[in-house]
Structure formats: C-alpha cells, structure tokens
Ligand binder design. Structure first.
Ligand code: PMP
Length: 284
C-alpha cells in the first residue's frame, strides 16, 4: 500500500510518525472514514465539514485546505487502485518532542495520516443480506461523542464482547436509552415508523445518518427522532445501523431476540438500496 504522511506518499513500511505524537500517547487525534464506490468518494463534503468541526471543538489547527484533502484522497485511491473500499484520515495534535499533558504551542504542526483499505464487495455485502446480530452493553464512553476522536478502546472492547457472544456488534445503552452502535448510528422500525436518537453531544453525528434520514423522508417514510430503550428495539419489526463503512446494515437480532422473522426487514433493505444508489450517483 501507498500511504500519506505529512505531505509525502510512501510505501506503508517507510511511513513514520514520532513516538511522542499525541495521537499515539494520548489519543489526541481525530479521524474520518470515507467510503469509495466505483473508484469515487462518497460524501467527501460531509466528512470534510465534520472533520473541521472536530478540529475546531478541540482547538486543533487544520492540517491543510479542503481542496488539498480532496486531492490526497483521490491520489491515494488512484495509487492503490481502489474500486470499492475506504479512505482513513487521521489528524493528531502532533508533538513538540516530549510527553506533556499541556498542549504543545499552537504553531506545532499537526500530524496528517491517510491510508486506503481495499474492500471489494462493500456494496454487494453478504453480511447485509444476512443481517447483524447485536448485543447491548453499557455506554461508558466520555461525554463528547460528537467529536470523532480516536479514543476507540471501548468500542473495540464492545466489538470483542459481541464476538465472544457469537454476535456481530454491540449497541450502547446509557441511562436506559440506546445511544448508538460501537461504530454506527442505531435505528428501529415499528409499524412503518423509523425511530432514532436525536443528535446531541452523546452520539456521533453520522454522515450516513444525515443522508439516510433525508432519503427516508424523500421516500415518504415516517421518521421520528427521540430517545428509545433497548426493549423497544427488541420489540420492533426491524432494526438497522448506518455508517460510512457499512452503509445501511440490517439488524436481525438483539440480545438473542429475533426481530420480525429474523431476516433483514423491508425498510432497512430498501434504505440500503436507495442509499447506495444515490451514493454512486453523487460520488466525486
Ligand atoms: N457512531 C459512531 C460511534 C461511529 O464510530 C460511527 C462511524 N465512524 C458512526 C456513528 C457513523 O458515522 P458515519 O455515518 O459518519 O460513518
């Protein structure tokens, strides 16, 4: 793979970041994942806008302009021959060469790293035809989940707990209400109505969520944003998640309880189709 580090395109084995980098030592870094279909970027604009917001919220400098970021994404897709896959981007606060809780001076250059992941079958994904089995676990993450930081230890632990339970993923529950999935936004459908938690500091403002909510409304589907419990989701007709890397993923089981007939529901399947269709048409 050819990767990008601070202005250079290099073989992955030659790319270097300082061991004092605050991304490495303190998870002082933010990231974005943009999907690629037909060799083109899905909703680059949305990811660029959210990246800027994450950086602003943490008082981190922008590593380069949006146009430069787009060029880097495109060049990596081309150099790595990606038809379907992902582009991962990470910006850390960099380092002034030592470990210190205090931020380095504002003129310390941020560390910008991008790499691609080749994922043939991203759109025609067999996992989406099967649907995902979910467990619910307590949400013990920090309070600014709207900032897309690289603090991914708890989401990783959640996925491992799911795996150990023979499931695919975990939904997180705080004060009795579902926040989101470990790496996706969460929805259920009851009597034709799609329910999902409203945006706040407690969840990531998913780029796919925004697109899917708009497309659902355009398709005359009923959408309600409100808090919901895991028991409501278990009693639903169907459920699904959204993320840039899995688009719309049907959920067929929660905590061992099958939803509907235990296969992907019609609304989740339709939304997946509509979303991928539009994503292909608007990709750049
Ligand atoms: N919530 C969390 C916690 C996530 O990690 C992600 C994926 N990065 C999402 C939601 C979905 O966001 P998006 O649609 O922008 O990928």
């Amino acid at each position: 793979r050819t990767v990008y580090v601070n202005g250079e395109y290099l073989p992955e084995t030659e790319a270097k970041v300082s061991i004092f980098d605050r991304g490495f030592l303190m998870a002082d870094a933010v990231y974005e994942v943009t999907s690629v279909l037909d060799g083109k970027l899905i909703d680059f604009e949305g990811h660029a806008v959210r990246l800027k917001r994450s950086l602003d919220e943490l008082d981190m400098a922008e590593p380069c302009t949006k146009e430069e970021l787009l060029d880097i994404h495109r060049k990596l897709v081309e150099l790595n021959g990606i038809d379907e896959g992902l582009v991962y981007l990470q910006v850390s606060r960099g380092s002034d060469g030592d470990r210190d809780f205090v931020f380095p001076s504002a003129d310390t250059p941020p560390t910008l790293v991008l790499f691609t992941q080749n994922k043939p079958g991203l759109a025609d994904n067999p996992a989406a035809k099967k649907g995902a089995k979910i467990i619910s676990i307590e949400d013990i993450r920090w309070g600014r989940r709207d900032i897309k930081t690289v603090q991914l230890l708890y989401p990783s632990i959640g996925k491992m707990m799911a795996k150990k339970a023979g499931c695919d993923d975990a939904w997180l529950v705080e004060d009795g209400f579902v926040t989101e999935g470990t790496s996706n936004n969460a929805y259920f459908v009851k009597a034709g109505k799609i329910v999902t938690r409203p945006l706040s500091n407690n969840i990531l403002h998913g780029i796919t969520r925004k697109a899917v909510m708009r497309l659902a409304k355009e398709a005359q589907m009923e959408v309600e944003e409100r808090l919901f419990t895991i028991d409501e989701a278990k009693a639903a007709d169907e459920a699904f998640t959204t993320s840039a890397s899995a688009f719309v993923m049907p959920v067929v089981e929660i905590d061992g309880v099958a939803l509907g007939d235990g296969t992907p529901g019609p609304i989740a399947r339709r939304l997946r189709e509509i979303y991928i269709d539009e994503a292909r048409k608007t990709a750049i």
